[in-house]
Design a protein around this ligand. Structure first.
Ligand code: UD1
Ligand code: CA
Length: 461
């Protein structure tokens, strides 16, 4: 029997070595994205919140990529174990024997393809385990449609007997609706002792971790089941159809939260694609086919028209983004107007009341208060002052074939249509460039320049 009187350290083991044959993909299953992050990232994030001593991830298929995805999410807390040949979930855990066998610890086993699990649930599982004398506690749930999952088989007195996989189950066993979530809490010593007895006696000739609880029972240990009530959290993703279904679930719950808790209007909630990390302020209106990805923050009273994509950007209050604009890694202050068909990227900054119109691209540039670029323009590596007007067809020629250069345009400038600004170049305050100018030299303040190359035509003061 297990002595649980003294608190023991917690280690988490995440099984993520499989290819996921049913995905019909070249990429390892746990790398497929859900809600903008690889599946495995969701799992290790939940594990990290438990503050365990270690998180060991069992890797095999595309080990390097999986390791990278894990490190990007939780960094140094992660350790990796290679399972060179995927001989089943029991074999996966076996490959961590050296790291864990001798420690008097608790091992929480998670599956890399069960990404919706919540920290709260894991805490309850661990708590439940600690309150019994069991060597193993299985997280189960009852499903309307249990097809595909391992079933929890109980005896007449309702005590746990064994887990039977779908493909090894009798017709009668397949009627059972209580399933194994693939999440377990084990006493490390008992787990690794039982693993020694594991045999690949099943339809797939694999070493099944699911046989371990029964082995623990036959060795005189205790096994309990923690029945969870939220089936969604333990859905395993095995196919593209399930992946799409989940993406949908996550998206719908993000939209529901924004409507209920934050007072956001969705014209057509079924056709909005909103990341679960997005924040949107009260009375903002989201039109159909809008995609909001990553950590986007959108203020109050904004209008986001159809076909817009906003990724990792911040929009202040009262911003209007017209149809089919793309905004990535950018910052837009209150009451700006963007689009239609505008592209803001790589730290484009629009200060209050700036306007960027039709077919305008802004890259790594700042447009100060009230400045306008309404039509067919490229602004890259530029700083543009207040109340300046950028005429149609203006281009900052920021690239000389080797390096990028800066353009500075000061306050209250009128840049004429079709002006080429050959960087590095500066246009002084209140100056004017004639239509079709090619500006190759700095323009002093209060000056009219025109021509190719542009020359001073007139002092304006
Ligand atoms: C497993 C369980 C099943 C449970 C279901 C819950 C077994 C035998 N069955 O089935 O009872 O209802 O999860 O979702 O455990 N993996 C490895 N190495 C391997 C094999 C698998 O790391 O050799 C990893 C996979 O990458 C995956 C996880 O283990 O992340 C689960 O494997 P999978 O093949 O998806 O198991 P299921 O058939 O879903
Ligand atoms: Ca699975």
């Amino acid at each position: 029997m297990t002595d649980k009187t003294s608190p023991r350290p917690l280690n988490v083991l995440v099984m993520a070595a499989g290819l996921g044959t049913r995905m019909k993909s070249k990429r390892a299953k746990v790398l497929h994205e859900l809600g903008g992050a690889p599946m495995i990232a969701h799992v290790v994030r939940a594990a990290q919140a438990l503050e365990p001593r270690r998180i060991l991830v069992i890797v095999g298929h595309q080990a390097e990529e999986v390791e990278r995805a894990v490190l990007a999410e939780i960094g140094e807390l992660a350790g990796f174990v290679i399972q060179a040949e995927q001989r089943g979930t029991g074999d996966a855990v076996e490959s961590a024997r050296n790291q864990l066998e001798d420690s008097d610890s608790l091992v929480l086993v998670l599956s890399g393809d069960v990404p919706m699990i919540r920290v709260d649930t894991l805490r309850k599982l661990i708590e439940h385990h600690g309150s019994t004398d069991a060597a193993c506690t299985i997280l189960s749930v009852r499903l309307e449609n249990p097809t595909g999952y391992g079933r929890i088989i109980r005896d007449e007195s309702d005590a746990f007997q064994k887990i039977v996989e779908q493909r090894d189950a009798t017709d009668e066993q397949r009627q059972v609706k209580e399933i194994n979530s693939g999440i377990y809490c084990f006493e490390a010593k008992e787990l690794f002792q039982a693993l020694r007895k594991l045999e690949p006696k099943n339809d797939q000739r694999e070493y099944y971790l699911t046989d371990v609880p029964e082995i623990i029972l036959t060795r005189g240990g205790a096994v309990t089941v923690f029945v969870h009530t939220e089936p969604r959290e333990v859905y395993g993703i095995n196919t593209r159809a399930e992946l799409a279904e989940f993406e949908n679930l996550m998206r719908r719950s993000a939209i529901r939260r924004l409507m209920t808790d934050c007072g956001v209007t969705f014209i057509d909630p079924a056709h909005a694609y909103i990341s679960s990390e997005a924040q949107i302020g009260r009375d903002s209106i989201i039109h159909p086919n809008v995609t909001i990805e990553g950590k986007a923050i959108i203020g109050e009273g904004c209008v986001i028209r159809a076909g817009v994509r906003i990724t990792n950007s911040r929009l202040g209050d009262g911003v209007v983004v017209k149809d089919h604009s793309v905004i990535v890694d950018s910052d837009i202050e209150a009451n700006c107007s963007v689009g239609p068909f505008a592209h803001l990227r790589m730290n484009a900054i629009l200060e209050e009341k700036a306007t960027v119109g039709n077919f305008v691209e802004v890259k790594k540039s700042r447009l100060k208060r009230g400045t306008k670029a309404m039509h067919l323009t490229y602004l890259g590596d530029a700083t543009i002052g207040e109340r300046t007007n950028i005429g149609a067809g203006t281009v900052t020629c920021n690239f000389d074939g080797k390096n990028k250069h800066e353009t500075i345009i000061e306050d209250d400038v009128k840049v004429g249509s079709d002006t080429m600004l050959v960087a590095p170049v500066r246009v002084g305050a209140r100056s004017v460039t004639g239509a079709g100018s090619v500006v190759t030299k700095d323009v002093p303040p209060d000056t009219l320049v025109a021509g190719v190359p542009a020359e001073v035509k007139k002092r304006l003061k």
